[in-house]
Design a protein around this ligand. Structure first.
Ligand SMILES: [Zn+2]
Length: 235
């Protein structure tokens, strides 16, 4: 069953990437002698922080994790090392953190230390958007001020636009977003879609769409690999 699942992913990946003009030969990576990039995949929120909530009670943290785990599989399939900031919904907090605010801060500091302690790190922080009305939909990518982040975000935005059918632009991240402010590596935050839009909420809950998102994200990682390596002086 697992093998069939992995095979389905692979076939879907070939199909989707072919449809966005990426040569299939890139799936066979040959190292250029440089230390590899490691994609740090951050499933936003989790634990006591569920993030945004859909009209049906769907938690952003759960959608983020589902997409993040698929992205991990896809990148691994393409030979990229990955690190996850979390793999389950539960988060264990330090005893010293008593309030929700302190616990959230401790969790964010743990994630920042993990990112900054990873050689060749490239951060992809996965989130879902929410708005006060049901209209807005589509993905938007934000980037930090570190070298390589803006171009990576633009690549990601362009590819997600093909999937989502919208024309948003990648934008600089707000300085209030702790993780992207702290990360010293190329770092982007991907709002995959709006939980407040009923049709998009349905899509974001579907395993097929989650897989498509992961495939498109992986294609952007592949496309910007050389440029991201240059951010580390390896290109
Ligand atoms: Zn979020």
């Amino acid at each position: 069953m697992r093998i069939r699942y992995a095979f389905s992913f692979f076939v879907l990946m070939l199909f989707l990437c072919a449809s966005i003009s990426i040569p299939t030969a890139i799936f066979v990576f040959r190292g250029n002698g440089a230390a590899p990039l490691t994609f740090v995949i951050d499933a936003g929120h989790g634990g006591e922080d569920g993030g945004a909530v859909g009209a049906d009670g769907t938690l952003e943290s759960e959608v983020n994790l589902a997409v993040a785990l698929r992205l991990e599989q896809m990148l691994a399939l393409c030979g990229f090392p990955t690190v996850m900031t979390r793999r389950i919904e539960e988060i264990s907090y330090p005893d010293a953190a008593k309030t929700i605010r302190e616990r959230k801060r401790a969790d964010q500091e743990y994630r920042a230390a993990l990112i900054n302690g990873t050689d060749g790190a490239v951060l992809l922080s996965i989130h879902q958007n929410q708005y006060s009305t049901a209209g807005p939909r589509g993905a938007q990518v934000f980037y930090s001020s570190t070298p390589g982040s803006e171009d990576f975000a633009k690549e990601m935005q362009a590819r997600l636009a093909v999937l989502c059918g919208d024309h948003r632009k990648a934008a600089p991240i707000s300085p209030e977003i702790f993780l992207l402010k702290e990360a010293r590596c190329p770092a982007i935050l991907i709002e995959c879609g709006f939980l407040s839009n009923p049709e998009e909420l349905c899509l974001l809950q579907s395993e097929t769409y989650q897989t498509k998102l992961a495939v498109v994200m992986t294609a952007a990682c592949i496309a910007r690999r050389t440029e991201l390596e240059k951010a580390y002086g390896k290109g």
